[in-house]
Design a protein. Structure first.
Length: 245
């Protein structure tokens, strides 16, 4: 699994800084609103909402923002009508990139995304051009402090996890999406807090870049992440350690 959850974890660290500027709050609130609109306001029967609320907790989103987003989704508060769009393309060196957006103006967002790809040495492709390189997986990142690695590994594997890896001072756990809830419940039952818990797109293989291409790729990913309409960015770029901070 090495490298598979690296970008998710870096985004989590970046998210704490972005939250100060309010971008993450806005994006997660939008995700909650759409999740409620599609599946109702009870997270028990709405996995998408449950994941959005989990993301809100990870990023310390204020309760009033969460409640307002739920009310917009249920129709008790007026809100914009967002549609979901996916873009696929290539970064510098042919690295695969998938982008998930929520927008109230499809033409504006498409033009912006195309411009960002072009600006940083990439190009947008046709639908399906890179999605075959990714699989949907559940990913958990756990702070390893005070935990017994072997006991944790056995516990999550018994609960249905596919993979377990110790990386620096953290443990990374991968699951099939169908087993995500079972593994999450096992972690909660044993009092183990997660730093990241989400269903995401994981690359089957990763691509390395060097020199200017690495720098351009990071600038492209940062610019995409920073765009107001973009919710998630997935890539098979194997991020060099010197660029992780």
């Amino acid at each position: 699994m090495s490298g598979h959850s690296k970008w998710a974890n870096i985004k989590h660290k970046k998210g704490k800084m972005d939250a100060v500027r309010g971008k993450v709050t806005t994006k997660i609130s939008r995700e909650i609103t759409v999740a409620v609109r599609m599946g109702g306001s009870d997270p028990t029967g709405n996995m998408r909402l449950k994941l959005a609320l989990q993301k809100a907790r990870e990023n310390n989103i204020p309760k009033e923002n969460i409640q307002r987003a739920i009310q917009k989704g249920s129709g008790s508060l007026e809100g914009s009508n967002y549609e979901e769009i996916k873009y696929e393309g290539y970064g510098p060196g042919g690295v695969a990139i998938m982008v998930e957006a929520m927008t109230d103006n499809r033409n504006r967002t498409a033009a912006d995304v195309r411009h960002l790809f072009s600006k940083y040495g990439g190009n947008l492709g046709e639908s399906g051009c890179v999605s075959w390189m990714f699989k949907q997986k559940g990913v958990f990142v756990v702070d390893g402090e005070g935990l017994n690695e072997e006991e944790l590994m056995l516990m999550v594997l018994d609960a249905g996890a596919e993979d377990f890896e110790a990386v620096d001072d953290q443990f990374e756990i991968t699951t099939d999406p169908d087993d995500f809830e079972t593994v999450q419940e096992a972690l909660e039952k044993n009092g183990i807090k997660t730093e990241v818990a989400r269903i995401t797109m994981v690359p089957e293989t990763t691509s390395s870049l060097s020199g200017d291409d690495s720098v351009k790729m990071m600038k492209l990913l940062d610019a995409l992440e920073d765009h107001d309409d973009i919710q998630e960015v997935y890539t098979n770029f194997d991020i060099p350690e010197e660029l992780e901070d």
